[in-house]
Design a protein around this ligand. Structure first.
Ligand code: ARG
Length: 582
């Protein structure tokens, strides 16, 4: 049951008749009608401004006239009014109450399944032997939430962790590993000191010619498949993955070792990419390199921008791997959709890759590739987030800090919570706060990492929503009844707080869908917050456990139940747990 859509469907015949009498065709007014933007004015609104010239009347007169025409027919389920050129329609409480009944009895809370497609979701993708940075954190958190949405809508979601585990830097990294001694190096990497390892290697590479030569020969050995070199490379990959997995497990994301499809795994396909591009006749030679000109992009000098497929030295590029990756996802995995949860700076890269993949026939009109881009993570001064020492922040440390800070906040709010449960709640709240802060910001915008704000119990934050959930659990503990018995509740809605909460609860499935369709978790976050705040004022103003009228008491408990389930499902889709107590 999709609340606003159903309401519009219900009144369409009436409107159609009225509008016909004004000689306005369905094709004119139907696209205008939609969800009211001012909640207090109604549920649905028809703006009449664009009809003014056609009907030669001021919008307000048109709105009033339409009101007169539809009033009677809509009366069984809705009321109408006109405000500054809008026809506003509000569902009557009985209609709203029916909507809620169908939601509460549905284990999917009104969210419909879609015809299943196979999606590849490319996300997280940190680089081996380099620190996983806050951008990877964003990708991991957003990607994971999209996977959960996809699965909930009935799609097949193939998680692809395209880790950067191949390329020229591996020559110097392997040589540095040998210089340090394998055990020591493994140790350094295993504890997550990836950045200093990389920097040391880099420093030697630029200052020491002998080291640089060794590094270059090592790359040749690596690309040639030399077994000992591959073994050393594996050490680097495994130790880095060990660290990444630790971060994944702290975050509680779905990624596992099974999802790793690093750049190296497309290695064998790279010559094939060259062959295929040659075959379709789009590969050109430029200064010894093999390139494709996708058209539409120019460099600073205004010359056509090439995509380099194979460099003059025979090495392949990041783009070449991404083309191979598309072939693999289409032909081996049978994917229909490809989502790339990667930062906005790679916009042009993906546009060019998608364009070339289409030109080369690697994907056709049945395939759809989307760069699900996101903005940077900034500190409260608006600069790129760094550690106190000005280094890249270690995600492991960042998440530990989140848990510690959550623990302090809980201590202040509820000192009675102790022991294992307290530890568990601190983890749920701390990690939840970090994830939610990220997800609740429109993903294409830069996001400001602000401990105070994300851990606050007020505002659009995880702790606020988790607290609302825990509060409802406590109401149910006091009540002591069977929550299942509320699934057939009849909603009796009369006062304004009940009505506001009910409307927001009723809108949940359509907001969910909209959030899913646009791969924008923040829309769902905003709505969850509006539900939790409507719940707060409902609970402040309406008796629940003390209500004497049994029907009203049951209806109010059912509102609590529906609120709890929507919060739990919505946060669950973000990969955020809810505590029963906090
Ligand atoms: N490893 C890359 C980075 O850190 C991201 C890879 C994104 N995925 C892809 N298929 N290119 O920037």
């Amino acid at each position: 049951m999709i609340w606003i859509r159903d309401l519009i469907d219900e009144m369409t015949p009436t409107f159609s008749k009225a509008m016909k009498s004004l000689e306005v065709d369905d094709s004119v007014w139907l696209p205008l009608i939609g969800r009211a933007t001012v909640e207090d004015h109604g549920d649905v609104a028809l703006p009449c401004h664009s009809l003014a010239s056609r009907l030669r009347k001021p919008p307000q007169d048109i709105a009033e006239q339409i009101c007169m025409l539809v009033k009677e027919d809509l009366d069984p389920f809705a009321t109408v009014s006109s405000i500054s050129g809008f026809v506003n329609i509000s569902a009557k409480p009985e209609w709203l109450s029916n909507s809620l009944s169908s939601l509460i009895s549905d284990h999917r809370l009104g969210i419909e399944l879609e015809n299943p497609l196979t999606f590849a979701i490319d996300y997280s993708a940190p680089n081996v032997a380099k620190e996983m940075h806050v951008g990877h954190l964003r990708s991991t958190v957003i990607g994971d939430s999209i996977v959960r949405m996809l699965e909930f809508k009935g799609h097949r979601a193939i998680r692809e962790n395209h880790v950067g585990d191949w390329g020229t830097p591996f020559g110097m990294l392997i040589e540095h590993l040998l210089d340090l001694g394998e055990d020591l190096a493994a140790n350094e990497l295993g504890v997550g000191d990836l950045d200093s390892f990389y920097k040391q290697a880099r420093a030697k590479f630029v200052s020491d010619d002998e080291f640089a030569d060794r590094s270059r020969s090592r790359v040749v050995l690596l690309q040639g498949g030399d077994p000992e070199t591959l073994r050393l490379w594996r050490v680097l990959v495994d130790e880095s993955m060990r660290y990444f997995n630790e971060v994944y497990s702290m975050l509680g994301v779905l990624l596992t070792d099974e999802d790793i499809r690093g750049e190296s795994s497309y290695h064998d396909l790279l010559p094939e990419v060259v062959e295929r591009l040659k075959k379709v006749g789009i590969l050109e030679e430029s200064e010894g390199a093999d390139v494709v000109f996708p058209g539409g992009w120019v460099n600073r000098e205004g010359e056509p921008l090439p995509m380099i497929i194979r460099k003059a030295d025979g090495g392949y590029n990041y783009s070449t791997s991404d083309l191979a990756c598309i072939i693999d996802r289409v032909e081996r995995l049978g994917c229909d959709r490809f989502l790339y949860v990667v930062g906005t700076p790679q916009k042009q890269h993906f546009e060019m890759v998608f364009q070339v993949a289409k030109q080369a026939g690697f994907m056709n009109e049945n395939h759809q590739a989307v760069h699900v881009n996101f903005g940077s993570v900034l500190d409260t001064d608006g600069k790129v987030l760094k550690s106190r020492e000005g280094e890249v922040i270690k995600l492991h440390d960042l998440l530990e800090e989140a848990i510690r800070r959550a623990d302090d906040a809980i201590n202040e709010k509820n000192p009675e919570l102790v022991g294992d449960e307290r530890d568990q709640v601190a983890r749920t709240v701390g990690i939840g706060a970090v994830k939610y802060a990220d997800l609740s910001t429109e993903r294409t915008k830069d996001y400001v990492f602000d401990w105070e704000r994300m851990l606050s119990f007020d505002g659009n934050t995880a702790p606020y929503l988790q607290y609302a959930y825990a509060r409802i659990c406590s109401i149910f503990r006091k009540w002591g009844g069977d929550r299942e018995s509320l699934r057939d509740a009849v909603f009796v809605l009369s006062n304004s707080q009940e009505l506001t909460l009910s409307r927001r609860l009723a809108e949940f499935p359509s907001i969910f869908d909209n959030s899913f369709d646009t791969f924008s978790p923040h829309k769902l976050c905003t709505h969850l917050h509006s539900i939790a705040s409507a719940f707060a004022s409902f609970y402040e103003n309406c008796n629940v456990l003390k209500e004497e009228d049994d029907d009203i008491a049951k209806s109010r408990l059912a509102l609590c139940e529906l609120t709890a389930r929507e919060l739990q499902l919505g946060l669950g889709i973000m990969g955020i747990d809810v505590p029963e107590r906090m």
